[in-house]
Design a protein around this ligand. Structure first.
Ligand SMILES: [Zn+2]
Length: 511
């Protein structure tokens, strides 16, 4: 795999004459004044005869160089953010590619002093990478040549920044591959193989749990979700365990559990009426976690240890499928009554979260996360933003807020939701036969607090309800629901995966 690598480009004038770049992309809200006078003159002359300049992406040839002007539109309003650059870069890079460029450079003049745009050049590069990514199946069929742009120059940027954005881009690329691939090509064993290959030769260790007996014994809820897939060996589940240990002292430990539903039919509560298409992307959480680990592997941040468990499983339907009303005793010893088999992501992750919580007790300064395309409600409530729901210790530490604020600066937006007592009331047992209810029986999108209450369930089956602020050992925990942000345009069937949360986690903990 090869994402378009970022390189430090020379100054604007040097880039214009340089043979290292075959196109110059200029992204701005104003093209009238550039640092290079001859370029400014040429653009102003062109603007006299072409009123599209400044209004839409335009292609010019100036001094035998391809020049692409990509307007951001206004940047000064309260609701503008750095995605103006991200979106303009996506359009511009496609124009560059269509013109035959294989090595363009990006330049941002008149950069706003406004701190919202402090990472605009980096974000523009990541927007270009988003636009250029082609699905894994397409590359395997047509060859890697369908991604002809192999490097992108960034004008006026430090080597340290180049290193960071390359790590992010590599991580996002892997996350898109893992999320965006059809359910047989990325069946659980092949998902695990991709991870083994991804981290080969890196300092991230990979341990794949493939023993079904062991999965049944240690992860009874995950095994319940996987039950109907046991009839088909190539659909058997995997637990992928990744670990990065930094050189030197560890000051913080990040612990992720990712939802990797390679296909979600809904199970016995089958998705009907056309709602199943796109459910190969229900592995977006695990994909983003693996992508974050790839960024970590490439960047090798100091001080931060990262441990990730990926629940890679297929929610099939068949004669041995689990059904609502079953009571499953989880790893944590909690008796879970199944409310709806389409609420399987919380089951697949719950036992891994419980194991992670036990591990966290002896790790340095741990924070736990679940990352998942969990609920339609998150998309309904937040639109194209992630939804973060945190427990008391994470709220006290301002964990979600800090990640979300960096997300705003890196075009990886999210909003913070509160965990409330109603969420715990919602999942409480109705009789003595069980301890917790996994879900109600309406679509989450029409359920009040449909993306918040699953965090309460995860806290209970993960045993984190015993590690609140009032406990002997508080453990911060954030549930990140990326169901609204995981694919472009909210189009689960056809939208490109966004690798949501990779950039903001990297910005928060690695830079
Ligand atoms: Zn489901």
């Amino acid at each position: 795999m090869a994402y378009p690598q970022a390189i430090a480009a020379p100054t604007l004038s040097a880039s214009l004459d340089s043979s290292s770049h075959d196109a110059l992309i200029i992204i701005s809200d104003d093209f009238s004044q550039l640092a290079n006078n001859s370029l400014s003159d040429a653009i102003n002359a062109q603007a006299k005869v072409d009123s599209r300049i400044g209004k839409q992406v335009t292609f010019l040839v100036i001094e035998n160089t391809r020049v692409i002007l990509a307007p951001t539109g206004p940047l000064n309003r309260d609701y503008d953010d750095v995605r103006r650059y991200f979106d303009a870069a996506k359009l511009a890079i496609n124009e560059a590619k269509a013109s035959g460029s294989v090595s363009p450079a990006i330049y941002l003049p008149n950069l706003h002093i406004d701190e919202r745009y402090q990472n605009a050049l980096e974000v523009a590069y990541l927007g270009a990478c988003q636009a250029l990514w082609q699905p894994l199946e397409a590359r395997e069929y047509h060859g890697e040549g369908i991604e002809p742009i192999t490097q992108i120059g960034l004008i006026d940027v430090s080597e340290e920044t180049v290193k960071a954005v390359n790590a992010i881009a590599a991580g996002q690329y892997a996350a898109r591959d893992l999320c965006g691939t059809e359910p047989e090509r990325m069946a659980p064993p092949r998902f695990a193989d991709y991870c083994v290959e991804l981290f080969k030769g890196s300092n991230v260790s990979v341990d794949v749990v493939d023993d079904i007996d062991l999965i049944d014994k240690n992860y009874p809820m995950l095994s319940t979700v996987a039950r109907a897939s046991y009839a088909v060996e190539r659909h058997h589940p995997r637990v992928v365990k990744l670990e990065y240990v930094p050189e030197g002292e560890v000051t913080r430990t990040l612990m992720f559990v990712g939802k990797g539903l390679v296909y979600d039919t809904g199970g016995a509560d089958l998705k009907v009426g056309g709602y199943m298409a796109g459910m190969s992307r229900d592995k977006g959480g695990a994909a983003s976690v693996a992508g974050f680990m790839k960024a970590v592997a490439d960047y090798q941040p100091k001080g931060v240890k990262v441990i990730s468990y990926l629940a890679v499983v297929r929610n099939s339907i068949g004669s041995d499928c689990f059904v609502p009303d079953e009571i499953i005793t989880s790893r944590e010893g909690v008796r879970v009554r199944i409310g709806n088999t389409d609420a399987e992501g919380r089951l697949a992750m719950g036992d891994l979260l419980s194991e992670m919580k036990d591990l966290a007790k002896t790790e340095v300064n741990p924070t736990l996360f679940t990352v998942a395309t969990l609920t339609g409600h998150a998309a309904r409530a937040m639109g194209p933003y992630g939804a973060y729901v945190e427990n008391g210790p994470a709220r006290s530490a301002n964990t979600s807020r800090q990640i979300a604020e960096l997300g705003d600066l890196w075009a990886d937006g999210a909003e913070v939701s509160r965990s409330r007592r109603e969420d715990y009331d919602f999942i409480k047992p109705r009789t003595l036969a069980d301890d917790v209810l996994s879900s109600n029986n309406a679509a989450s999108a029409v359920t009040a607090r449909g993306h918040q209450f699953p965090m309460a369930f995860l806290a209970v089956v993960g045993g984190l309800d015993k590690h609140g602020n009032d406990s002997a050992q508080p453990l911060p925990y954030v549930h990140m629901d990326i169901a609204g942000s995981g694919v472009e345009g909210g189009d689960w069937q056809h939208g490109k995966p966004t690798a949501a949360s990779v950039t903001s986690l990297f910005a928060r903990y690695c830079m």
